[in-house]
Design a protein around this ligand. Structure first.
Ligand code: MN3
Length: 195
């Protein structure tokens, strides 16, 4: 069963002025599509390896599956994590959990922004729920999959690859993360937290 590129849940320019339409079009139609195609290719090659009982290149295709698979699934969450006229603060159990874990919503935002700005090279900053301890954590990832932890569910993810912001924000990643904060879809994050 091949993976498919999901359509954006809003227009390319719907998040302006925070995230520009040209970046969104390239990011979704080119970058995300490449991860979908890369994952499908890796899975097809691994299926062929099983069929032929030839695992000479298994390390390569497992790596490709991890990179493109993590890239595909994180982007699916990322698009839904944003919404026009988003931002503000969550309410209810999610706000309580954030306040309990990080001291205050403001402390959470400061930590999230600092962690995202500090990722070396291309990667992500993520708010996750640890499925063993049930606690919230802020994690970062290099590329899509390096430094990741098992047993966590991503709730809120912010793409800090240059392709996510360079057209509009150039080297000012921190300004891009500030803009991202303004389009967060807290209802989506709350739904993931409750699931
Ligand atoms: Mn990206």
């Amino acid at each position: 069963m091949a993976h498919e590129l999901p359509p954006l849940p809003y227009d390319y320019d719907a998040l302006e002025p925070h995230i520009d339409g040209q970046t969104m079009r390239l990011h979704h139609d080119k970058h995300h599509l490449a991860y979908v195609n890369g994952l499908n290719k890796a899975e097809a090659m691994l299926a062929e390896a099983r069929q032929k009982s030839d695992y000479t290149l298994v390390k390569h295709w497992e790596r490709e599956a991890a990179f493109h698979g993590a890239g595909h699934f994180l982007h699916c969450i990322f698009w839904e994590n944003m919404i026009p006229n988003g931002g503000g603060e969550p309410t209810g159990p999610l706000l309580s959990a954030i306040t309990n874990r990080f001291g205050s919503f403001a402390s959470f935002l400061s930590h999230f922004k600092a962690a995202g700005a500090a990722v070396e090279g291309s990667g992500w900053v993520l708010l996750v729920k640890n499925n063993m301890t049930k606690a919230l954590e802020i994690l970062t990832a290099e590329k899509h999959q390096d430094l990741s932890q098992w047993v966590v569910s991503p709730l809120l993810v912010c793409d800090v690859w240059e392709h996510a912001y360079y057209l509009k924000y150039q080297n000012n990643r921190a300004a891009y993360i500030d803009a991202f904060i303004n389009v967060i879809n807290w209802q989506d994050v709350t739904r993931r937290f409750a699931a």
